[in-house]
Design a protein around this ligand. Structure first.
Ligand code: NDP
Length: 334
């Protein structure tokens, strides 16, 4: 009897260089896990760009199937929590980094890493959201937890035209906040306006040296860029304002002073989507189903097949991808 095969993007390492290949694999190649999933969609995130190009030390062992998230249908289960036919979503937990991930038609994973597809979303929408959108939701929830309300003043979103940024803008707009979108791509202002941005600030206006304290401007901030951008945003926070740091697209170093914290009571909160605990994860997915308008989600998303991942992996690191990229792992290769 011939064994069932499935298609996967596989990364290997040779002389410290990361190489990719498309391979047809059999099920016995998959790692251990109590649930086998027929993957429907994955998505392309900044971290996938780092993994596929080898430009970041994201992959912990080779060979690796990258793809830090996926949605799909349970094909086999040894877990009491899931049965064949259940629709599931997975983001994080080291999948696509230390455990084979979503850039394949099959995945075998630990059942504790799976979340049920929330009511109100289909499998494709779940990956249009993906890790980036999930992170945007966690960021909004962090602002809310510290008491930020729509009437408090403008919220700045940096790296706004990227994946996390686009979902953050759409969510904040739906919730009634006034949003200033920071982007390095002036040509995408119309796009950001359709998602709900009210005002704009150029990437370079935040990515410059800042005084320890500048004019009090923002009541809240969601920063996907890090580095100098984050330092400038901190110096411009209003009294009692909250900054959520979730990304590093512009750098990892943070040179700032204590003044925003001790003279304005500013809070800097960190977001990690990878190890986020199950209860908060579930809440974030329900909120996404309720608060992210589907028409705006579809405006920010485009779909590709597995074969287009390597090209776009490079583009996402260069800040050239707009919004979100869904990967249809079952699309016929072009
Ligand atoms: P994208 O590439 O889609 O978005 C990043 C955006 O940042 C770009 O679109 C661009 O926006 C801006 N940007 C890119 N390069 C630079 C630069 N050199 N200087 C300033 N701005 C730049 O990535 P994602 O949205 O998927 O991820 C955004 C960040 O969030 C990444 O650093 C990622 O690693 C991080 N992340 C963190 C998670 C967590 O758990 N904490 C989970 C998911 C993502 P524009 O053109 O509008 O200026």
């Amino acid at each position: 009897m011939t064994q069932e095969t499935f298609r996967a993007l596989v990364l290997t390492q040779q002389d410290k260089d990361t190489r990719y290949a498309f391979q047809n694999l059999t099920l016995d190649a998959l790692p251990e896990g109590d649930v086998l999933v027929n993957v429907a969609y994955s998505s392309l995130n900044y971290k996938d760009g780092l993994a596929v190009t080898g430009k970041g030390k994201v992959v912990r062992k080779f060979p690796m199937v990258p793809g830090i998230d996926f949605s799909g249908v349970v094909a086999k289960s040894d877990s009491k929590d899931f049965k064949v036919g259940d629709e599931v979503v997975l983001t994080g937990w080291g999948v696509g980094e230390s455990h084979w991930g979503g850039f394949a038609q099959k995945a075998r994973v630990n059942s504790e890493w799976l979340t049920r597809l929330p009511r109100g979303l289909d499998l494709e929408q779940a990956m249009a959201i993906g890790t980036a959108g999930f992170t945007a939701m966690l960021s909004v929830m962090a602002l809310e937890d510290r008491g930020l309300k729509p009437g408090d003043g403008p919220v700045v979103v940096t790296g706004a035209a990227g994946g996390v940024g686009s979902v953050a803008v759409a969510l904040l707009a739906k919730l009634g906040y006034t949003i200033t979108a920071s982007t390095g791509r002036a040509e995408l202002r119309d796009y950001l306006e359709t998602l709900g941005a009210n005002e704009f600030i150029g990437r370079q206006d935040l990515g410059r040296d800042a005084k320890p304290l500048e004019k009090e401007t923002w009541a809240g901030a969601i920063d996907t860029v890090g580095g100098q951008t984050l330092a400038t945003v901190l110096s411009q926070m209003r009294y009692g304002g909250t900054v959520v740091a979730c990304g590093l697209a512009g750098g990892t170093a943070l040179e700032t002073t204590v003044f925003p914290f001790i003279l304005r009571g500013v809070a800097l909160l960190g977001i990690d989507s990878v190890m986020c605990e199950a209860k908060r994860r579930k809440r974030a997915w329900s909120r996404l189903a309720a608060d992210l308008p589907p028409d705006r989600l579809s405006k920010m998303t485009h779909k590709i097949g597995l074969s287009e991942i390597p090209r776009l992996a490079d583009s996402i690191l260069k800040g050239q991808v707009r919004g979100r990229v869904v990967v249809d792992v079952n699309a016929t290769p072009s």
